[in-house]
Design a protein around this ligand. Structure first.
Ligand SMILES: [Zn+2]
Length: 306
């Protein structure tokens, strides 16, 4: 793996330029898919970051506990998402993306947006073995800003995106755009604090510094973190809205929901993944309880579930 960093002259110059098209082609080898690897990050087989979905969802939720709306979802926009894509951006970038998509009036295919530090660690460790010529270490990728997207049909989208503060990175990395308009925050320290807090909540006797930086302690914690997520999850502290989304929500809170649905007499698998069957079961439950059957598990539905 090369440590060489290519610098650019635009606003994102502090980040190395990874070849996003290479990284987005990373496909699972050996049939490994999301939720199927019950081990720690340093042992995770390549080449698709979808296998770290569980931990990634915990990291995003933890970030939003630290800074409300640090990242917001855009999976409700007119988009198609790649397998390992997380439909999260900073709020200002999400709004700008929404405007561009509305303006053009066609569906956008997004192969990557926000990348969690867990995903970045995997990509970095896999490196050239997965055909990635340059991958930034955790904390140093422009996809960790929450201000970057990789899309298809970049020529077609370019004028629409540029009208709303998005900047095309150019021929060096054609699918990549960065949001350079107003309202941007630096959330990289928040991402580090999220893993530090998650680790400490789960390892009260092996606590690490909550210094918002990526030092040896944090690197070691991340490498030893479970791909499917920690036992003590951030949604134990503050529940998240559960619903059918892309990628599918997974975690202990989904398992608990499925168990509660079964207890209420609605049979559904307890695999901890909020897929179409769980969506259908939630709507059925809501109908039975006189709630609006929107498939969204918020405070009202949760209360009825007991
Ligand atoms: Zn990119």
């Amino acid at each position: 793996m090369s440590d060489t960093v290519i610098s650019t002259s635009n606003q994102t110059s502090e980040y190395p330029v990874e070849r996003c098209d290479e990284i987005n082609l990373g496909k699972p080898r050996s049939g490994v898919i999301r939720g199927s690897f019950n081990g720690i990050l340093k042992d995770a087989p390549g080449c698709s970051t979808a296998i770290v979905n569980g931990l990634s969802q915990q990291l995003i939720h933890q970030m939003n506990l630290i800074v409300p709306d640090a990242l917001v979802s855009f999976d409700d926009l007119n988009v198609d998402l790649g397998d390992a894509a997380y439909a999260y951006l900073q709020p200002a970038a999400q709004k700008a993306l929404q405007s561009a998509i509305q303006d053009r009036g066609v569906k956008m295919v997004v192969n990557s947006a926000y990348r969690t530090i867990a995903q970045q660690l995997l990509l970095y460790n896999w490196g050239s073995g997965c055909g990635f010529s340059l991958v930034a270490p955790p904390g140093k990728s422009n996809h960790q800003s929450g201000l970057a997207i990789d899309i298809e049909d970049y020529d077609g989208w370019r004028p629409y995106l540029e009208a709303y503060g998005w900047h095309w990175l150019g021929d060096i990395d054609p699918p990549h755009f960065d949001y350079v308009g107003g309202g941007r925050q630096d959330i990289r320290g928040t991402a580090m604090l999220a893993i530090q807090k998650l680790w400490n909540n789960n390892h009260p006797n092996q606590k690490i510094d909550e210094d918002r930086g990526y030092g040896p302690q944090t690197e070691s914690a991340l490498k030893n973190s479970p791909a499917m997520g920690f036992e003590i999850a951030p949604w134990d502290e503050k529940p998240r809205l559960l619903k059918l989304s892309r990628p599918m929500m997974e975690g202990s809170d989904v398992t608990k929901l499925q168990e509660a649905l079964n207890k209420a007499g609605i049979v559904v698998g307890t695999d901890g993944e909020f897929g179409p069957a769980t969506d259908k079961a939630v709507k059925e439950f809501q109908r039975q309880k006189g709630l609006e059957p929107d498939g969204i598990v918020g405070p009202k539905t949760r209360q009825k579930l007991g």
